[in-house]
Design a protein around this ligand. Structure first.
Ligand SMILES: [Zn+2]
Length: 184
């Protein structure tokens, strides 16, 4: 029983911590537009449970194929994937299914004693190799790449995802707080 409770508590910690952490993140970052106002965005799929994915770990945003994609926040490029064809397919696992992608590590502080926290911001399914390299510093508006349909994708879109603290999909949180209101 003790073990059971400990396990349950352990699983609950990330959920409980996420809310205050996100409040600090919201204070630190100004919401942006990953297409830099280049087009009127359509949302193809929201965050969470959808008819296609359970759950969907990001938000799918659609602009015309090849639209430049820019960073919404400052940070350092944590990881990229290259070499996937511009058009992937259903079940295409190139880049773990994310195709050509950029993941930016954006950090924020919570008080003085609680150290540095991370938002890992993922821009997935790019048309070609990203325009940035791992380790490179980016600012809001820095060109990251171009919209495509690489990896496990059924049409051109940007899969925009934020992973909290750990650069893994299972740590995803609803990324809408990083998107300007009224974008789509
Ligand atoms: Zn998606």
């Amino acid at each position: 029983m003790k073990e059971y409770i400990a396990k349950k508590l352990f699983l609950l910690i990330p959920t409980v911590l996420a809310v205050p952490l996100l409040v600090f993140a919201m204070m630190r970052f100004i919401p942006g537009d990953p297409f830099g106002a280049a087009c009127k965005i359509a949302m193809a799929q929201g965050y969470g449970d959808t008819p296609y994915e359970h759950p969907h770990h990001g938000i799918d945003l659609v602009c015309p194929f090849g639209t430049p994609e820019v960073s919404v926040a400052d940070g350092v490029v944590y990881r990229t994937n290259t070499g996937c064809p511009a058009y992937g397919a259903w079940l295409d696992m190139c880049g773990g299914g994310y195709g050509n992608f950029v993941m930016v590590d954006s950090t924020f502080q919570v008080g003085d004693q609680h150290g540095t926290h991370h938002l890992y911001i993922l821009y997935a399914h790019m048309k070609q190799d990203p325009s940035v390299q791992p380790g490179q510093a980016v600012q809001p508006g820095t060109l990251l790449g171009f919209e495509g349909s690489s990896g496990w994708s059924s049409g051109p879109h940007l899969h925009f995802e934020i992973d909290l603290e750990r650069p893994v999909t299972t740590a995803s949180t609803n990324p809408s707080f990083m998107l300007q209101p009224g974008l789509f």
